[in-house]
Design a protein. Sequence first.
Length: 280
Amino acid sequence: MTEITYKAKKKISCPICRNRFQREELLTGGGRMNAGELTDELHRIYLPTQKYKDVHPLIYPVSVCPSCWYAAYPRDFDTPKEEEHSQLESRIEERKRITQPLFKDLNFGRNRRLEEGAASHFLAALCYEYRSPITAPTFLRGLSFLRAGWLTAYLDKQKVGENYDFLSKIFLRKAAFFYSETLEQERNGKENIEGIRHHGPDLDNNFGFSGVLYLVGVLQLKYGQRENRASRIFALKQARTEVSRIVGIGLSTKAKPSALLDLGRKLHKSIKFELESYDA
């Protein structure tokens, strides 16, 4: 058996258009996933196997209605309130119009490819714009853009010359913005991400709030805007402050595993080096 997914027996009813559909779930075990290194963006690389080839677990976490393309993570899928429902229903054609040109031949009724996987996260980022603060929409938009950026980078390797590398950079830049904005929303009390059970950013490790602080730094360093020098310096100084909260006295804990501390130290040095270059 070379299948890597299955269709859940229980059908889901879309709360927006009432279409009923089956979620595609990833099978585990049997050597399907061959975990490789962890990148500086806390993304787990999975190596291809002879039997199952390339497996990308991030293709599957977002639930998407095949009819109206409403998208959300499973914990939020059934819970849009009346005002959210109205906004999401009125924008069915808009989200299709925005998403269709980015990925070829999208069809959420069949088994997902990288195209549907990346598009599912992009659609989630669009839909969470209209979700209530209780869902922590700013954080989930950042997480969704980050994962969409990773998946479109894989697409670029598969389909060279189709501009997926450019699309990936756009998504990652948006992720940098929303991760920074997440902390702003936390500080002013408008949103709270403590209720999120899995902060990821990938599926195998939950780096929690410390991971969010780290990603604010690494995404700002790699993908933050560079057009305005003063804004760049300000953003990097803020990012350095957030990363300092992780590094602290340098002792690993459950909330700050050694892998994250090591990456945090390297990141702090890199941010410091760029800031010093502006003073030269």
